[in-house]
Write a protein that binds this ligand. Sequence first.
Ligand code: FES
Ligand SMILES: [Fe+2]
Length: 365
Amino acid sequence: MDDTRPDHVSQTAPDYRLGVGGVMLREAWYYALPAHDLTPGDMVHRTLLGEPVLIGRGADHKIFAMRDTCPHRGTLLSQGQFDGREVECAYHGWRFKTDGQCTAIPSQCAGQRPQPQDIRAQTFAVAEHQGNVWVFMGAKNANLPPVPEVPAIGDRLQLHVAVTFACNIDLAAIGLMDPAHGAFVHRSSLWRKADSIYEKHKAFSPLPESEGLGWRMDRHTASRNSRAYSLFLGGAPETEISYRLPSVRIEHARTPKYNYCGLTACTPVTADITEVHHVMYWDLPGAAALRGIIRPIAHRFLDQDRRAVMSMVEGLAFNPPTMLVQDADTQTRWYYRLKREALAAQTEGRAPRNPLTPVTLSWRS
Ligand code: FES
Ligand SMILES: [Fe+2]
């Protein structure tokens, strides 16, 4: 099916809920938390893709991640002690180095089995990059794909907000990427009015293979009804947006003087709960004061998206017929198409192939 020029929709259009049904794509980097949340000696629990993950920072400042269940009896290791070098389980005091190697089993007499050298806790590949901690959820720990990266504008993370969506990753992802909801969901007298809608034409191209499976909205002058940017950066900003599976959207807006980058990443907690992270970077002066102003606005924005998606989830519970329209819903089709391709490639043990080709999409928003 041609995703860019679908038939004028009808009730027989493919039902987007059937796309990939919230499958949690493995062998991928997922956003875990901002790096500044972990100081040396800290460890926290996260549930990622239904798996318990302990994420910590050692005395050597290095981030590590291991399965957050003790190999002995399953106790959460993150509820034990961490001295910056070894994690000690709260139940019977087994100790583990940050690479998962067990170093102590206090109850064992000499000659009994197992001994510490026989035991390893499972670890996960982690990356600390541009102020973010990413965890690789998969079996591989070598030849990993590149960690999502925002264009370098000083690599200084200014702000992180997170909101939990009570739905699967697909509904969260397509809810956030939707290009036609802004004037209604994010209505604001300051930067967005419902009657400000006008026709837009945007050029898209597939991401280069090195950047993963996804697409890019080519650099263009920011919409005149997205006043948030011009208010923030001044002038007439140009913006470029990339979208990459499993669900990382990176937006870079710039004027000749200033830059703004936003990274939005959906991380499934479980099949039915998704954590949406939004990270902002900018190089305007007065960062600290701006943070105070922007944090509640960013949070409100994300929460507006959450409420819109939750309302859709409530409606979908009645199993209504739904449709995808031409071209405003094309990115939703692409998302599912690429995700199906990623899953097929994994099943068939091959590299995924991006089926998208450059195209201009038109919609009113
Ligand atoms: S459960 Fe962890 S040491 Fe026994
Ligand atoms: Fe939105």
